[in-house]
Write a protein that binds this ligand. Structure first.
Ligand code: IPE
Ligand code: IPE
Ligand code: MG
Length: 247
């Protein structure tokens, strides 16, 4: 393997919209499902690279709420692939001390997939080197509505006052509670949109869109994105001069 690249500063949390499997397959005269199969190899490589480089949190958009509306055969194939991925990766996650957690509305998942997900979550719970958040059946608007509802219930039951709802308590009511916001959001396949992903959490994330289709997004492309991030200036509303003074 090439020497460990030095990237400074390194994002703590990288979130990825893994898009373009279908187009990758179509370009090669393959079925969309074949594209997803190759996409799974990109997931493996990106997780390994993130772990090697020292990224603390990696969030992967694997299946959106809206993706439930795809043809049944494709949805079934994606679920099978997810289950197979979880099965095959558990041992590696233990060896590399990777914790896996799922975010999204998991109740819609087929029971065998949910069981596998819970098994890997439970097995890797104490791993501390890196956290992989797998967004499955995930939709950010749904997540925000759920959070609002749970806070409203707490107010109704007198457990908190309405005035106590602030950005921090709201964050804690989301699926991503306890996880810092993404520093970098990557989207593959050249689509400049967010597709209902982490709307609250990406308020100040740097965004990187690449034309590379997800099955071709491997170690090299990931490192390129990280190097791009390292050159950005994060201003958080301030001026460049203010930042220079603070440094
Ligand atoms: C991303 O690839 C994977 C999922 C959304 C599950 P797509 O299947 O969306 O691929 P394109 O966008 O059709 O190329
Ligand atoms: C976003 O990709 C969801 C995932 C990558 C899981 P889509 O392919 O579903 O997004 P749109 O439909 O192009 O916005
Ligand atoms: Mg797509």
């Amino acid at each position: 393997m090439d020497p460990r690249p030095s990237i400074d500063p390194l994002p703590r949390h990288v979130a990825i919209i893994m898009d373009g499997n279908g187009r990758w397959a179509t370009q090669r005269g393959l079925s969309r499902v074949q594209g997803h199969r190759h996409g799974k190899d990109s997931v493996r490589e990106v997780v390994e690279t993130a772990r090697e480089i020292g990224i603390e949190y990696l969030t992967l958009y694997a299946f959106s709420t809206e993706n439930w509306g795809r043809p049944r055969r494709e949805v079934e194939a994606l679920m099978r692939l997810l289950k197979r991925y979880l099965r095959s990766e558990l041992r590696k996650m233990m060896r590399y001390e990777i914790r896996l957690r799922a975010i999204g509305n998991l109740r819609k998942l087929p029971p065998d997939v949910l069981d596998e997900l819970r098994r890997v979550e439970a097995g890797t719970r104490h791993n501390r080197r890196m956290t992989v958040q797998l967004a499955v059946g995930y939709g950010s608007r749904e997540e925000i509505v759920r959070a609002a509802r749970s806070l409203a219930r707490k107010v109704r039951d007198g457990r908190i006052k309405a005035e106590q709802i602030d950005e921090s308590s709201f964050s804690d009511a989301l699926f991503t509670a306890g996880i810092p916001d993404p520093d970098l959001l990557i989207r593959s396949s050249g689509e400049w949109r967010v597709s209902n992903f982490l709307l609250w959490q990406i308020a100040y994330s740097e965004i990187y869109v690449t034309d590379t289709l997800w099955p071709d997004f491997r170690r090299e492309q990931f490192i390129e994105a990280l190097q791009h991030y390292a050159r950005r200036e994060r201003r958080y509303g301030k001026t460049a001069e203010q930042l220079a003074e603070e440094a």
